[in-house]
Write a protein that binds this ligand. Sequence first.
Ligand SMILES: Cc1cc2nc3c(=O)[nH]c(=O)nc-3n(C[C@H](O)[C@H](O)[C@H](O)COP(=O)(O)O)c2cc1C
Length: 219
Amino acid sequence: MMSHTGESKTGAGEPAAAGDLPHAGESWAFAQSLVHSRRNVTPRRLVEPGPDAGQLQGLLALAAAAPDHGQLTPWRFVIVPQAQRHRLAEVFAQALSDRDPAATPEQLASAREKAHRAPLLMVAVACLGRREPDTPSLERMVSMGAAIQNLLLGAHAMGFGAGLTSGKAMASNRLRALLGLLDDEAAVCCVNIGTVTRNKPRDGLRPEAGAFVSTLGAP
Ligand SMILES: Cc1cc2nc3c(=O)[nH]c(=O)nc-3n(C[C@H](O)[C@H](O)[C@H](O)COP(=O)(O)O)c2cc1C
């Protein structure tokens, strides 16, 4: 297993061209192993320790390396520290009550509990408002997805587990108010990172390329 270190040969501010990678064959083997072995880890299976401050900075630097048409940084992350999790928990519970006034105490407790699971919880926020250049919102979401994937892969490479959670509360005005979102921002999902407490058999095969690739033929 890889260790919980945030060290890398090329940190933020030390860009390496692809051709500069020391051993291209090894890099490819490592990339395959890293990407194929990453799995979504539900926050229920995440315990302390999470990333420390230095590791978190390393992960955020990976997010910053995402492709970004127009250099807009059209996304941001709101870290919800342990001391503020009770506020997120109340938002989750109240958002459920808003949707379903008949929600039982058990359902409300379960909604609250979701805010307390992962050692590191960040809400990923898409910034979709008009800016120059006005890169289309779909392109901005591609950038955000890449930033999140960089975080997930980086956490995995450090030896942590990481998973995404979303749900209807993401769109609730209560969450918007808690996070101080602007009108043209949207909370998309939570990024949860921590130490995997118990392994789980691999589920869900990845699709074969034939399922998502076609070749444009001549007219
Ligand atoms: C934006 C987004 C939101 C997600 N929200 C949830 C969620 O609420 N609950 C969940 O179990 N998984 C969630 N996932 C994770 C997917 O279920 C997971 O990536 C998928 O099952 C494929 O598994 P893998 O990541 O292990 O390949 C989300 C993924 C994305 C991209």
